[in-house]
Design a protein around this ligand. Sequence first.
Ligand SMILES: *Cc1c(COP(=O)(O)O)cnc(C)c1O
Length: 509
Amino acid sequence: MTGYQLKGSFPLIFERGAPGRRGYRLPPLDVPEQPIEALIPDRHQRTNPPALPEVSEPEAVRHFVGLSRRNYGVDVGFYPLGSCTMKYNPKINEEVAALPGFARLHPYQPEETVQGALELMYNLERYLCEIAGLSRATLQPAAGAHGELLGLMIMRAYHESRGEGHTRREVLVPDSAHGTNPASAAMCGYRVVEVQSNARGGVDVAALRALVGPKTAGLMLTNPNTLGLFEEDILEIARLVHDAGGLLYYDGANANAILGICRPGDMGFDIVHFNLHKTFSTPHGGGGPGSGPIAVREELVPFLPVPTVERDGDRYYLDFDRPQSVGRIKGFYGNFGMMVRAYAYIRTMGAAGLKAASEQAVINANYLMKRLAPLFDVAVDRYCKHEFVLSGRRYKRLGVRTLDIAKRLLDYGIHAPTVYFPLIVEEALMIEPTETETKETLDEFARVMEQIVREIEEDPDLVRNAPHETPVRRLDEARAARQPDLCFCAPASSTVGEVNAGGGGRTDG
Ligand SMILES: *Cc1c(COP(=O)(O)O)cnc(C)c1O
């Protein structure tokens, strides 16, 4: 029994090893042994030994390396997961984040001893504000959706401060929006009003005009939108919403297309969230942690969560004395390790480098869109920004769905694109190559797609039943989410009891 092969079942670490086996032994004591009762009072002593795996070091290493080989990540291959910006994360970011001066900080350390960390947060806030074209930011939110919730709480606090909190109860969201937008608005207690898209894939301005009014708290928009298209009427849209007394919220998860080229603040947006774990190259997709800072316009600064990071001459400090603040949104100051990585990324790229990255992301997406256009219907035939959306509807008549194509890609060692989103495109395939891929990789992806289309025509069952080469085949995803079986019950002969594996965490980018 090895259990380290790529296919078939993979034992838990609790199923490996043998009672008493150790990976490491301590040398004999060179001081007198103390009775345990002298160190730990009776009532705190455990009665059963902990149910830890008892494995040798090679068993432990093979277990975890084996698991990692059954996983897929951006360090393994192409990951064109639209909307998630699965760009390569430079290793220098990891090295910087692992420096003991950053990695070993304790959040309760006195301010004088963490001046470097505060300086980094202060500067990162300034960079993000410059990129957003806005005044101040907070680094607290732990994800994009968390940033959205905070942005909406600030929107609500702003309207309340003007005595309009109880009348402005509606948040407008386009029908192409990411699902987190309406979800965040609803969580913040708002009524979600959907705005239609027009034939060019943008917001239908006439429809918007009919919907804005004294009940409007704000509009949530991403630009470029989830079709990868730049919102051409953005200035008119901003004017309409502002004239009605509402605010504009920018879902900045798509900022990879715009760095150094245009700024949400200049487009008229009042609140922006960024996903450091997408645009600013911190790892994601493996369950977190993430970071979704938000930046705001001057009038909204008083509502930012506490504490803010402030500077007084050479000294940095945390300011908790902000009476209009919406309060804290996260324990301590946010996911600091993600901030260090994003800071390292921004500093190593520089302003010119960030702009070049966005330009390259857009060129890569347009190149790949043209390569794939003969195979699929392009959702809206325009130049795209950092991503594009195809429709696989022509293969539906042959009984092959977009999901099948996505699964077949896995057999070729390529991560599937985002599928069935945005909802307004039938059989959608949303593809975001990012700037970090070479032309050869894009060509290889196009070649694999051509091959899959040939398979659909010649042997559709091959595609319908894919994947064939992965450690597991098709799973019942709904059941996995609703009835997760996370308990491991050891065989009766084992010394190991029942172990509960913790669940939860992020699933996508
Ligand atoms: C990823 C994404 C979000 C949500 O970000 P999380 O960090 O996953 O919460 C919101 N909007 C868009 C357009 C996204 O792509």
